[in-house]
Design a protein around this ligand. Structure first.
Ligand code: CP
Ligand code: NVA
Length: 312
């Protein structure tokens, strides 16, 4: 069976559902789409198709990159927030899902619980694409891997150092690293930890792929000799304890001193939005080794790859 046949019609809910070879193929397709886009070559592979988008949380990158990408592919997108839908008046997800499935070729959804995207997927025949839940952010993960390959030429054997909320983006990087053989070091204050199921998945897969996932309170250990330094907000969407988190994570900042512990050619990454003066300083995000805007652009190319491969 060809790789395209393997992926067509599937849901894209978490990268845990895919084999490394499938992820590599998605990245190759994204790089090809990026080349076509740069050369202004038409690539309307989804002409006449319709894609629904339901976003229950704020978004700049994910919304605009999907909508731009859908337009490049020749399809149409429909965007709604749950508060303007009958969902807000009590219509169940299972009815909403079956109705959208009758009109649209895929659903892109950003919401809270992973069980919500799973419920849509259960009731839709067409693909459901996870545009961020509390648990994972697989679209971000694909774009991050593409960006690392562009700047470092590979994934296997690199050291990725992460600071920030042990939440969706951290979980996704744990999944990506363990599947693709990157070593991931997570610097976290005492008492904070990532999701247990994700940690188990990452530990098991890291072993298979000759890499490791390390959680440490020691920021120097996290950053020493890192090839990739990845920062994320201390307070993800939905968290109410913002001030407590800022206090707890304050020491885990990427600044000129702490960034100097990484390799001299280390790149700085951030999924954005970023908070200058919290998880990193302005000089780091604006510095010559910051690749955050390449990363943001790659969101669009990787999402186009997912759409062109998964939409039946
Ligand atoms: N990184 C990311 O998902 O950004 P948005 O929240 O702006 O979509
Ligand atoms: N961890 C962040 C990611 C934003 C793209 C959040 O969930 O708010």
């Amino acid at each position: 069976m060809s790789m395209r046949d393997r992926l067509r019609g599937r849901d894209f809910l978490t990268l845990m559902d895919f084999k490394p070879v499938e992820i590599k193929f998605m990245l190759e397709v994204a790089m090809d789409l990026k080349r076509k886009w740069m050369r202004k070559e038409p690539h309307e592979y989804l002409r006449g198709r319709t894609i629904a988008m339901i976003f229950e949380k704020h978004s700049t990158r994910t919304r605009f990159s999907f909508q731009a990408g859908i337009a490049h592919l020749g399809a149409q997108s429909f965007y709604a927030t749950p508060d303007v839908m009958q969902l807000a008046r009590g219509e169940p997800i299972k009815d909403t899902a079956r109705i959208i499935d009758r009109y649209c070729d895929a659903l892109v959804i950003r919401t809270y619980g992973q069980e919500i995207v799973e419920e849509y997927a259960e009731y839709m025949k067409n693909p459901v694409i996870n545009a961020l839940t509390d648990l994972v952010h697989p679209c971000q993960g694909l774009a991050d891997m593409m960006t690392i390959i562009e700047h470092k030429g590979k994934l296997q054997g690199l050291k990725l150092a992460y600071v920030g909320d042990p939440w969706n983006v951290c979980h996704t990087l744990m999944v990506c690293s363990s599947l693709m053989g990157m070593n991931m070091y997570i610097g976290l204050p005492k008492g904070w930890s990532p999701n247990k199921r994700i940690l188990e998945f990452a530990e098991e897969n890291a072993k298979k792929n000759e890499s490791e996932v390390v959680i440490t309170e020691d920021l120097r250990e996290t950053l020493t000799d890192a090839d990739v330094v990845y920062a994320n907000t201390f307070h993800s969407m939905g968290h109410k304890d913002v001030e407590e988190r800022k206090r707890a994570f304050a020491k885990y900042q990427i600044n000129s001193e702490t960034f100097s512990w990484a390799k001299k050619d280390a790149i700085f990454m951030h999924c954005l939005p970023g908070y200058r003066g919290e998880e990193m300083t302005d000089e780091i995000i604006e510095g010559p080794r910051s690749v955050v805007f390449d990363q943001g652009e790659n969101r669009m190319h990787t999402e186009k790859a997912v759409l062109s491969l998964f939409v039946p």
